[in-house]
Design a protein around this ligand. Sequence first.
Ligand SMILES: Nc1ncnc2c1ncn2[C@@H]1O[C@H](COP(=O)(O)OP(=O)(O)OP(=O)(O)O)[C@@H](O)[C@H]1O
Ligand SMILES: [Mg+2]
Length: 226
Amino acid sequence: MKITIKLSGHILFPAMDTLPQIKDYATVIRELVKKGDHVSVVVGGGAPARYYIQLARREGADEATCDHIGITIANLNAKIFSQALGDVACPFVPMDFDELEKAKVSGKVIVMGGLQPGQSTNAVACILAEKMRSELLINTTTVDGVYSSDPKRDQDARRLETVTVGELSKILASMGVKAGEYALLDPVALRIIQRSRITTKIIDGRDPLNILRACTGEKIGTTIIS
Ligand SMILES: Nc1ncnc2c1ncn2[C@@H]1O[C@H](COP(=O)(O)OP(=O)(O)OP(=O)(O)O)[C@@H](O)[C@H]1O
Ligand SMILES: [Mg+2]
């Protein structure tokens, strides 16, 4: 199966002073490859990206520059993750479409970070899923699925087993679209899921084994219906 996996930056790189916990995630990806799946990966920016974005903003940087700083850090995170993957990984992190074409030729696991300002790394994962013609996009994050509203702010929020793109756009309408503040899925990501009808699952990434569960069709997290 062709699968694109977005690895939550907040989970892999949770704090500036904490060593990244990436080995178990690399093991899961290697296991999928061994099983014959064709996997591509996007790594988010996590705490380091937010830290540097905050520094840039404090010094008066414009929003596109803040985004660009987030992209740079996500690319570094991707590079670190590809080191953990070892020889199953494409040896470079594609930073634009020409590089992505070259990475495809390698036949190895493509690991990406950011692409361009105005969108999150979730949008990159959707674009990569589109490009690779993935049958499944797995989006790991710090909550166990999509809720009727942000579960970290609303204790009455209900977890949804399925959600349409239209419903999700409404739920996320009040969320930030500034560098480092895109929550869950940004508008670009949602549009791509819809236009290419990408089967997308939002799952709890805090347990790396959930990725395997999602790949084998276990009922887990929230499925987005496009
Ligand atoms: N309706 C919702 N359902 C679920 N989570 C939501 C919702 N609205 C907002 N969120 C928030 O989205 C957050 C996940 O997105 P966030 O961008 O913070 O992390 P990430 O994407 O896992 O990390 P990174 O962006 O570094 O890769 C959750 O912590 C949750 O609080
Ligand atoms: Mg995010």
